[in-house]
Write a protein that binds this ligand. Structure first.
Ligand code: ZN
Length: 133
């Protein structure tokens, strides 16, 4: 079951500039900064009530975030839903006809198991499932 929106991922060109901006906007500091080497991405997390904001900066030209920004510019990159059982949820979505980017969960930032659903089946919105480890 999709429990709640866990976080909204925002693609940014310059993490340091965006941290200054979001510190002002949210009137708080990020609680975590983490590099995900496998994705070549810098992540920055803010807590906002029960939800989070994840800033994402590509660390190389060929990272998915850099490609996203080259194509669409900065902005909302994905919406992540918290799930209790990511394997069961991936199976349910696959059976319902959604195209999965990851058939099996992988290790993501913020101590989560994650997997993405292709935006072509979700009105153009990249969907992330994440399960607390
Ligand atoms: Zn995310």
């Amino acid at each position: 079951m999709m429990q709640k929106i866990e976080h909204i991922g925002i693609a940014v060109k310059d993490a340091e500039k965006s941290i200054a901006l979001f510190n002002l906007l949210l009137n708080q500091e990020p609680y975590k900064k983490e590099v995900v080497e496998s994705e070549s991405v810098q992540t920055i997390f803010y807590q906002n009530g029960p939800n989070k904001i994840e800033l994402l900066q590509g660390l190389s030209e060929d990272s998915a975030i850099s490609k996203f920004i080259a194509k669409k510019g900065e902005g909302i990159h994905h919406i992540a839903f918290a799930v209790e059982d990511i394997v069961a949820e991936l199976k349910r979505l696959k059976e319902a006809g959604f195209q999965l980017i990851h058939e099996t969960p992988k290790l993501g930032a913020d101590n989560k198991l994650i997997a993405f659903v292709h935006p072509k089946d979700t009105n153009g919105v990249l969907i992330e499932l994440c399960q607390e480890r």
